[in-house]
Design a protein. Structure first.
Length: 425
């Protein structure tokens, strides 16, 4: 059987906080995550996932794939970097070689002893290329690589178009269109089974395709301008403006104005408010009239704080990255280039800091640590509202992330110079 291994490498930390609870290859860009795209490229191959050790149990719970162990009976494997957006599949057959781009290992086609000497731990070290370069030919490769969250946002709009043309190919209407729905360039509009589009909606696919998954609901008087993706079981509320690059994952509920923003899955933004050029994780709730800025008044390049460093993104348009299980209160105003960690609670009508570490409770009184048991209780309630019970494995992961992010909380510069400490709420 042909074997594919999708791996994380040593650069995964640059995608924090989006990858605390998921491997890099689960991040969405275009119609799919990189893992989903790989499965579509190689439908008959056996898939193995290489990830950080603490994520292995959650992946075993979610997928039928092997995790962190290869099929021992196979003596050949194609290894694919989970940060690489590979639209045209790398051939399974061929000589042993490695594909490299800007000192990033994009793929490795290995056989025999070279397969046996590779492990998930080795891919998580920066010297994996040097390990393979000495004995294998090196191929110069050119594909989009996700180094930071703004790279996903940069490629998202064009990737929706590429994925549509590669895997969907043409428009198709399987759901129900109520009277009074207008489709512009219908050949690029796909509406899945069980989906409903209510009166007064306009789907404009002149500038790119529109893909609506199965059992989605588009409420009246909504305008969707492609390229746009709306996942299975998602709801778009009345009078919404869903503009180019909007990427709404499975089971989300959104409204207001959204442009070039990715919602990973099971997140809410049901009310008015603008979100642009951002990546929103899973199980997030964004309060009514929350807005983010995606353009500086000076029209300068936007800078982002990550890992204590200030990075010039060289992006004119950039909103925010928001980690899983984070919540904002009503009327929250978010600055360009903001990064909010895992399980934050933001309760302030003023501007929150551009960077909040994971498990931060932020209000007008400053920052405090969001007590773990309280954060877990809220997460369970939010999941149950979607008819999903938190599994023991998910709870264990939640607790592990709290431990992993302790240094992050203790080492930051405290807003208003207040001590970061637990409190009761």
């Amino acid at each position: 059987m042909q074997q594919i291994c999708v791996f994380e490498d040593s650069q995964h930390s640059q995608l924090i906080p989006l990858v605390y609870a998921k491997p890099v290859f689960e991040l969405r860009c275009g119609l799919f995550s990189n893992l989903e795209r790989t499965v579509k490229h190689y439908p008959d191959a056996a898939i193995t996932l290489f990830c950080r050790n603490y994520l292995s149990d959650i992946l075993k719970e979610k997928y039928p794939h092997r995790v962190n162990t290869l099929h021992t009976t196979d003596n050949a494997c194609l290894f694919l970097n989970g940060r690489a957006i590979i639209s045209l599949p790398v051939p399974l057959e061929g000589p042993e070689e490695i594909g490299v781009q800007d000192n990033t290992l994009v793929y490795a086609r290995l056989k025999g002893n070279n397969v046996k000497k590779i492990s998930h731990e080795k891919f998580l070290t920066p010297d994996v290329i040097d390990l393979l370069k000495g004995t294998l030919p090196v191929v110069d490769t050119h594909v989009p690589i996700i180094n930071y969250f703004w790279d996903i946002i940069k490629h998202n709009k064009s990737q929706i178009e590429k994925d549509f043309m590669l895997f969907v190919k043409e428009g198709s209407i399987s759901g129900k269109l109520y009277e009074g729905v207008y489709l512009i360039n219908e050949d690029l509009v796909f509406i899945g089974k069980g989906s409903r589009v209510k009166p007064g909606c306009v789907f404009d696919a002149e500038n790119g395709p529109i893909y609506i998954g199965n059992n989605a609901s588009i409420a009246p008087n909504t305008t969707i301008e492609g390229p746009v993706y709306v996942g299975n079981h998602s709801i778009i509320q009345s009078n919404s403006r869903i503009r180019g690059g909007a990427n709404i994952g499975e089971g989300c509920k959104v409204g207001g104005e959204i442009v070039n923003t990715i919602f990973h899955s099971h997140s809410n933004k049901q009310h008015d408010g603008f979100l642009g050029d951002s990546y929103i994780g899973s199980w997030i709730n964004i309060g009514a009239d929350t807005v983010n800025s995606n353009l500086l008044n000076t029209y300068g390049n936007i800078k982002v704080e990550l890992g204590g460093d200030i990075i010039n993104t060289n992006h004119l348009f950039l909103g925010m990255a928001m980690g899983d299980h984070t919540k904002t209160a009503i009327n929250t105003t978010i600055m360009t280039g903001s990064v909010f960690g895992f399980a934050c609670n933001i309760i302030t009508p003023a501007y929150p800091p551009k960077y909040l570490p994971s498990f931060t409770w932020y209000s007008d009184n400053g920052m405090k640590v969001y007590i773990l048991e309280k954060a877990l209780q809220v997460a369970r309630i939010a999941m149950k509202r979607r008819d999903k019970e938190m599994t023991p494995t998910e709870e264990q992961l939640f607790r592990m992330i709290f431990q992993l992010t302790e240094k992050e909380r203790n080492s930051i510069k405290i807003w208003h110079k207040q001590e970061l400490k637990p409190d009761s709420y």
